[in-house]
Ligand binder design. Structure first.
Ligand code: VG1
Ligand code: CO
Length: 543
């Protein structure tokens, strides 16, 4: 088979963001766009010759075509083997598991996660390193630098590889090993959790619903929740991965997964419900009549993880992204665990996990995970919850109430202002940064500013530094507002405002979070001037 070297030129903007390179699908389909980026990955990691990679994606539009291009490029660059999920599918945590389990040189995941898919939607490419985790900033920087120098890429001229079913194929001298996307992942989950106990819980009448949002978790959830654990057929809904996710945003939050939330707040609610995102690394947890804020979920999982066999050992520590609420800090303090606050994005947890400094990690955006892989893991979080419920035999609501009574409640919400003018949003953050010194001591409504900082992080393992990771304003009495711009969007800018207020009074643990947070919302707007500067008086998405 013939290997062709194509002359090409650098394409602007091939700079990975919070999680890989995300662009409009149409942009990824432009001539050389995908090829340039993939060649830049290979160039940045010292070439592909003799290496083994994992490849798979969330099934969105262009996943199948991109997978074939990447296989032909890997072959032309001398890779020895690529392990691909059948149909080109792999959830992000399943890909992370395969990279680790098979000791590969890394993997390429095709996903724009929660961003809508389709020809007019978004596409994305992430590179994960041999530890199974998202490429850290040093590597993404090298990929970006390579994309700015590129002059040629190599590709093999060949027919499509049959990816429909497991088995070994060849592409020139390279082996393409097609694997069932679910098998290894399911085995890992069986090692971590007490499947017998969960099965007994379900046999005893416990009911659940899982919304796969027509994204990649459908086959995983069916195999694990229905086939292995005995949930009633049909418990997993929207289970078939579709190229456009059925037209929706596969983002597991109360706005995008509204029907599931409505079900759980109504008379027909099952005992438990969950949803996952496009690539299966995030989760939303609900009980009958109760939505569990992701930050609270991390805290509850930390407090109860020992009930699952895989975590019966002592936890070494926990880590959360900085904007995630400090609910988990309170659990960590009570249990004597180290607690780290990192910038947003899972890549910042990798070193802590590799160095054995953290066992559980989480983000307010519904990403939760542990040292079992190096990605956040949606179904893992669902299974840990189910294991805890099977051990405690209490309702989700009961568990939440007891948790708040013991640790206090960190009322929490994130307000997103989507598709705002990028210049205005950047200007707002810059101006905030410029006046940080003047804020402490000033009063905004009911709240007085205690501290104001531009969050920077020094990795305790390798000393690498990430600056400008969000503006953090703390107020007296344990309230906080954080401002940052999204690094995953593809339209204009998205401002995220993270709001938090600690409450410990036993008779005040039951308020509506938006009411409880109203003073913080007002102070945040007064400080940043959101309405005045962005022309928005109301967030587009409240989670
Ligand atoms: C968002 C979330 C962040 C998450 C990232 C990738 O990033 O806030 O917590 O790690 O998405 O998740 P941003 O920069 O838009 O705030 V996923 O599931 O999209 O890979
Ligand atoms: Co995701």
């Amino acid at each position: 088979m013939q290997i062709t070297t194509h002359a090409t030129q650098p394409i602007d903007g091939q700079k990975p963001g919070t999680s890989g390179l995300r662009k409009k699908t149409r942009v990824f389909m432009e001539p050389h766009y995908l090829e340039n980026f993939v060649q830049s990955i290979f160039d940045a990691i010292g070439g592909a010759a003799g290496k083994t990679f994992v490849l798979g994606g969330d099934g969105r539009y262009f996943n199948d075509r991109a997978a074939q291009v990447i296989l032909r490029m890997a072959a032309a660059n001398g890779a020895a083997r690529v392990i691909v999920g059948a149909g080109g599918l792999l959830s992000t945590p399943a890909a992370s598991n395969l990279i680790r389990k098979r000791s590969t040189d890394g993997g390429i995941i095709l996903s724009a996660s929660h961003n809508p898919g389709g020809h007019d939607g978004d596409f994305g490419v992430k590179f994960n390193t041999p530890n199974g985790g998202p490429a850290p900033e040093g590597v993404t920087g090298a990929i970006h630098a390579a994309s700015g120098r590129i002059s040629q890429y190599r590709i093999m001229e060949a027919q499509d590889v049959d990816l429909a079913s497991p088995g070994e194929r060849t592409l020139g001298a390279m082996t393409v090993e097609v694997v069932d996307p679910v098998t290894d992942y399911r085995r890992l989950m069986e090692e971590l959790f007490d499947f017998d106990a969960i099965r007994r819980l379900i046999t005893d009448g416990f009911t659940l619903r899982f919304d796969a949002m027509h994204a990649v978790t459908g086959p995983y959830a069916k195999a694990i929740l229905e086939d292995a654990l005995g949930a009633a057929a049909g418990s997993v809904v929207n289970a078939r991965p579709l190229p456009d996710f059925g037209g929706g945003h596969p983002d597991p939050n109360p706005v995008r997964a509204r029907p599931l939330v409505d079900l759980m707040m109504g008379p027909e609610a099952p005992d438990f419900a969950a949803a996952s995102d496009g690539d299966g690394d995030r989760n939303m947890i609900l009980g009958r009549g109760v939505y569990v804020t992701p930050s609270d979920s991390l805290a509850v999982l930390t407090a109860n993880a020992h009930l699952a066999p895989g975590y019966a050992r002592d936890l070494v520590g926990v880590a959360r992204s900085m904007p995630t609420s400090r609910a988990v800090d309170r659990v960590a303090a009570a249990r004597g665990l180290n607690c780290y606050a990192t910038p947003t994005g899972w890549k910042f947890f990798g070193n802590l996990l590799d160095a054995g400094r953290a066992t559980l990690c989480g983000e307010e955006s519904a990403g939760t995970g542990s040292d079992h892989v190096r990605e956040k893991d949606g179904l893992w979080a669902v299974l840990l919850w189910l294991n805890i419920l099977a051990a405690r035999r209490e309702s989700v609501e009961g568990i939440m109430r007891r948790h708040w009574a013991e640790f206090g409640r960190n009322y929490y919400s994130r307000h997103d202002f989507e598709g705002v003018d990028a210049g205005a949003a950047t200007g707002m953050i810059d101006d905030l940064r410029a006046c940080l010194d003047e804020l402490p001591g000033r009063r905004f409504g009911a709240l007085t500013v205690e501290t104001a900082e531009d969050f920077a992080y020094t990795d305790p393992v390798d000393g690498s530094r990430a600056a400008h990771q969000g503006i953090v304003i703390t107020f007296d009495g344990g309230a906080r507002a954080v401002f940052r711009l999204s690094g995953t969007g593809t339209d204009g800018a998205t401002l995220r405002v993270y709001l938090e207020r600690l409450e410990t009074a036993p008779d005040a643990l039951d308020h509506d979070p938006q009411d409880a947070l109203a003073p913080v919302v007002a102070a945040a707007d007064a400080i940043a001037g959101i309405a005045a500067r962005l022309g928005r008086t109301r967030p587009d998405v409240v989670t």
